[in-house]
Design a protein around this ligand. Structure first.
Ligand code: GRE
Ligand code: ZN
Length: 325
C-alpha cells in the first residue's frame, strides 16, 4: 500500500541518545544510533521503499520522563522539540511531530504542549509513561489530581496524547528478578503502559474530559485482549470492593477515548482482535522504527489478511482524520 502514515517513529537528540543504548548489542548499536539521529537520509529512503508518505516523529524512551530534575526535564524537552521542528521544516511533506513533555512539572508541560502545537505546528504529544520526579525512585502517574489542568489543555487543544512504554521503576521489578528477558519490549513495557492506561480510565479522567484521545502502541499494550475481564471486574455493580470513580464500562472508554497502533506488533490475529473490539476506525498503522525494521512492518501490513477498505483506513485514512492531515 502506498501513502501510508506511521506515527510511532522515533528519533533521539544528543541529550537522549544514550537512553536507547541498553536495548541493543554492542555490534548493532552504532547502526541503531545513526538511525535514531537521522531524519533526512536513511529514514526517508526507507519510507520511500516502504510506501510511508508521512512519519509522525517522537523522541526515544524514556528520555524526558527519566530526568528527575524538573528544570533539566524542561530544558531537554524544549530543545528536543525545537530540533524536531527544524527537521520537519526541511521536509514538511514527509514529517510531522509529537511533542516531548516535562510532566515532572505539570504547568511547564502544559505550556510546552501549547507552544509545540500552536507555535511549532506539532500534531500531539508522545510521553514515555510515568515521570520520575524529585528522585529517581519517585514515579508520578498522570491520573493524579495535579495533572487535571494539563489534561484540560490537551482536550482544549484537541490533540492526541500518545502514551508510550518505558520500564517500571527499578524498585518495582521483583516479578522479573532473575529473568531479565521479561524486561523491556518482551513483556514489561506492555504491562507498565497498559496499567497506566487503566489508571487513567479508572480515575474518571475521561468522564471529566470526554473528548480526550489517548493513543497506545503495540496493538494496545494487552488491553484489547483482556478488556472484557477488566471491564467485568472493575464494574461498579458490587464485584469491585474498592470502588472506582469511572462511570462507564471500561470497554466503552476503549472505544470512545483510545486509538491503538500496530507499532512493534506485526500480528494479523492481534490486529483483527483490536479492529473488532475497538472498531477499525481506531486502529492505526505504525512501525516503531528504528526499534523495529520499517520494512518488516510494511511488508506484513501490506499483505495482512484484512479487507482493502480496512487496509486503507488503518494505513492512512484514520490517521489523516485524527491528525487533520
Ligand atoms: C521503543 O519503542 O521506544 C523501544 C525502546 C526499546 C526497545 C524496543 C522499543 O525504547 O520498541
Ligand atoms: Zn516506540
Amino acid at each position: 500500500m502506498q501513502n501510508k502514515i506511521a506515527l510511532e517513529e522515533h528519533f533521539a537528540t544528543a541529550d537522549t541518545i544514550g537512553d536507547s543504548e541498553p536495548y541493543f548489542g554492542r555490534d548493532v548499536w552504532p547502526t541503531k544510533k545513526a538511525q535514531l539521529l537521522d531524519l533526512q537520509d536513511e529514514r526517508l529512503r526507507r519510507m520511500d521503499a516502504c510506501g510511508i508518505e508521512v512519519s509522525i516523529v517522537s523522541l526515544n524512551s524514556p528520555a524526558v520522563q527519566a530526568r528527575a530534575d524538573a528544570a533539566l526535564a524542561i530544558d531537554i524537552a524544549r530543545r528536543a522539540n525545537d530540533q524536531l521542528a527544524e527537521q520537519i521544516a526541511r521536509r514538511p511533506d514527509r514529517f510531522r511531530g509529537f511533542a516531548a513533555l516535562p510532566l515532572q512539572d505539570p504547568e511547564a508541560a502544559t505550556l510546552e504542549l501549547r507552544r509545540a502545537v500552536e507555535e511549532l505546528g506539532f500534531v500531539g504529544a508522545l510521553v514515555n509513561g510515568y515521570s520520575q520526579t524529585g528522585s529517581m525512585d519517585k514515579a508520578v502517574y498522570y491520573d493524579l489530581p495535579q495533572f487535571r489542568p494539563f489534561w484540560g489543555e490537551v482536550e482544549r487543544l484537541d490533540v492526541p496524547f500518545y502514551l508510550h512504554p518505558r520500564l517500571p521503576l527499578a524498585s518495582q521489578q521483583l516479578a522479573t528478578e532473575g529473568h531479565p528477558w521479561l524486561m523491556g519490549p518482551a513483556w514489561q513495557f506492555s504491562v507498565e503502559t497498559g496499567t497506566h492506561a487503566l489508571r487513567l480510565i479508572g480515575s474518571g479522567l475521561f468522564d471529566e474530559f470526554p473528548k480526550l484521545t489517548v493513543v497506545l502502541g503495540h496493538l494496545g499494550e494487552l488491553l484489547p485482549f483482556n478488556i472484557w475481564r477488566t471491564s467485568h471486574w472493575a464494574s461498579a455493580d458490587g464485584r469491585n470492593p474498592q470502588g472506582i470513580p469511572a462511570k462507564k464500562s471500561f470497554v466503552d472508554y476503549l472505544r470512545q477515548n483510545f486509538y491503538v497502533t500496530t507499532s512493534g506488533n506485526f500480528r494479523t490475529l492481534a490486529m483483527r482482535n483490536a479492529m473488532e473490539e475497538m472498531g477499525t476506525a481506531r486502529v492505526l498503522f505504525s512501525s516503531d522504527y528504528p526499534f523495529e525494521e520499517m520494512e518488516e512492518a510494511a511488508t506484513w501490513f501490506d499483505a495482512a489478511e484484512i479487507g482493502e477498505n480496512d487496509r486503507e483506513a488503518i494505513g492512512r485514512d484514520n490517521a489523516r482524520r485524527l491528525f487533520k492531515l
